[in-house]
Write a protein that binds this ligand. Structure first.
Ligand code: AMP
Length: 187
């Protein structure tokens, strides 16, 4: 099963993505994680990616599509995946093969900022300054919000209220996924 997760930073995509991966027995993959690893490389591309993600900007579509498509050719992804963070723009979605379902974890900007302010203080991620987080939230509304309509029109969208406790959200995702894909899920 090929699943895409859409949501503002702080919406719980990686938490839910990892729970789903375990339950469905397919790997979880995050485009942000791929880019953060590439940003460690001491090459012109690595330096460019580091500057871009630290400022909260998006990597250009052509580059992103090339990198993610290449990644998904690995044998571990042939049976499916939970993809967090890609596609993130209409151009990326048009270039990408249609997934089986797209999950939108819906969390307000206010709630996301509140959750993320804790992570800024902990200093877990170098690209997590408040300024970069604000830029990412703005990017979401400008570039990623149109994807919600795009996938809704294709009847692939599952709207999930992300402002509930982790298990309630997870059970809701599983129930909606089962109904949408008409496939039994592992017990
Ligand atoms: P994330 O962990 O999803 O917040 O991603 C961290 C950063 O990686 C983003 O702020 C972007 O700079 C970059 N990135 C991740 N996914 C994409 C994408 N699909 N398109 C463009 N840039 C991306």
């Amino acid at each position: 099963m090929k699943i895409v997760l859409i949501g503002i930073q702080g919406s719980g995509k990686s938490t839910q993505g990892n729970l789903m991966a375990k339950k469905l027995g397919i790997p979880y993959l995050s485009s942000g994680h791929i880019f953060r690893n590439m940003a460690k490389e001491k090459t012109p591309l690595g330096r460019y990616i580091k500057e871009t993600i630290n400022a909260g900007f998006l990597i250009p579509d052509d580059k992103t599509i090339e990198i993610i498509e290449e990644y998904l050719k690995k044998p571990e992804y042939t049976n499916g995946y939970i993809l967090d963070g890609f596609p993130r723009t209409p151009k990326q979605a048009q270039a990408f093969k249609e997934p089986d379902a797209v999950i939108h974890l819906d969390v307000s900007d206010k709630e996301a900022l509140w959750r993320l302010s804790g992570r800024v203080e902990e200093g877990v991620r170098e690209d997590n300054t408040l300024q970069a987080i604000r830029k990412r939230i703005e990017n979401f509304h400008t570039h990623t919000q149109p994807l919600i309509d795009y996938y809704k029109k294709r009847h692939l969208l599952l709207q999930i209220n992300g402002e509930r406790d982790i298990d309630t959200i997870f059970q809701d995702i599983l129930a909606q996924l089962k109904a949408k894909t008409k496939r039994p899920l592992p017990q």
